[in-house]
Design a protein. Sequence first.
Length: 309
Amino acid sequence: MLVLGRRKMRNGPDLEALRALALVVKESSMSAASTQLGVSQQAVSLRIRKLEKDLRVRLLVRSARGSRLTPAGELIVGWGTTLLTAADEFSDAVDSLRTDRGKMMRIAASLTIAEHLLPEWIARWRISHGDDGPVVQLTAANSSTVVEAIREGTADLGLIETPVVPAGLRSVTVAYDTIEVVVQHGHRWAKTRQVSVRELAATGLVLRETGSGTRRALENALAVAGFPLAAEPAAVLTTTLGVRSAIMAGIAPGALSSLAVSEDTRAGRLVRVRINNLQITRPLTAIWAGTAPPPHVRDFLDVIARTDR
């Protein structure tokens, strides 16, 4: 906050007037400064006079031989140079941000999609667009965080696993997935390979955190079946890998995407347990803000639609 005399400049000095003053000093001529700024000499003079009025200090001594800085003017030009440099750097950064965003597609995806589906989708996208297409910037998070990123404008495209599409956003289903209950070989469910909905709801499970699409799909399906998840979780972990590791360690049964456990069940590291009279299927959904997705997002969705699943 610049303080001159008894009055404080709460809004800061006029940057264009400071720039005009600095140019007058640099060129030693108001005429040359006006030429560089693309305005009249009178306009430059008026800007500097207004700056003097705002600062309540005399900056230039004007005479027939030209203008020279007052001692206060020399201080103001010195301080102003730092301020103008910072303003120019800010403008350059904003311009760079606009340019970079035009060359980048920002995707926020839930963890299951990011780990198991996006690598192939991105590879196909790069093949179809070559080096001319936008670079994909990927953020992996749970579905709730992905929705927040779309609402806040920090992502161009969101990919979520929750069964309910958030209000106020546009969406399209891009794939389907199932939630599987799995256990380690030593668990008693591994022998029967089936469990009732009631028993599942009453069992402490290894689960993802609140806000995860996987957990929400399980909870919704059990609630619709008439047996809301009642037991306290045996463990709550924020990554698919963490849940898988906890199940394999024998902490408790758990629920994960079929995409996340397919290799483990084929290799015999985990055992899939059927839920009697219940199959949990959920859509995998692309979301975006606005009426229509940006062109590069629309192209990416076309690539997903053409991918064999």
